[in-house]
Design a protein around this ligand. Structure first.
Ligand code: 5GP
Ligand code: ZN
Length: 116
């Protein structure tokens, strides 16, 4: 499958991992939108949040994994006290550009605004 995040998960495209567990990796966004900008990826390919919840039980499990990893990396990078933002873009109107589910973690500065 021609998916850039699957290639990163497989190690075919080098990308340092800030965090890794059985089901999840965390990498730095190549085009950071804040001082700290991480991407939390499930190792197993699924295109989007909408696709993930085609299987309700799997959806609940993967979302637990993603937010657990997001919190772990926020703690590791010293963002837990000051806070951080977590975002999932879904589909065209959501602004999703890479169709391998990912959770953005942004922090290291005061975030402004909440929506577009
Ligand atoms: P989306 O718009 O789908 O929510 O977010 C995709 C994100 O992936 C963007 O913030 C973009 O900068 C990031 N991105 C795209 N290609 C790569 C890549 O090859 N490596 C990394 N680390 N990030 C990428
Ligand atoms: Zn993929």
């Amino acid at each position: 499958m021609d998916c850039i995040f699957c290639k990163i998960v497989a190690g075919q495209i080098p990308s340092p991992r800030l965090y890794e567990d059985a089901n999840t990796i965390v990498i730095r966004d190549v085009s950071p939108q804040s001082k700290h900008h991480f991407l939390v990826l499930p190792k197993k390919h699924v295109a989007s949040l909408a696709d993930l919840f085609a299987n309700e039980a799997e959806g609940r499990g993967v979302m637990g994994d993603l937010f657990s990893a997001a919190n772990a990396v926020a703690k590791q990078e010293g963002l837990l006290t000051a806070g951080f933002r977590s975002v999932i873009n879904t589909g065209a109107d959501g602004g999703q550009t890479v169709f391998h589910l990912h959770l953005h973690v942004l922090g290291g500065q005061k975030m402004k605004g909440t929506f577009a």
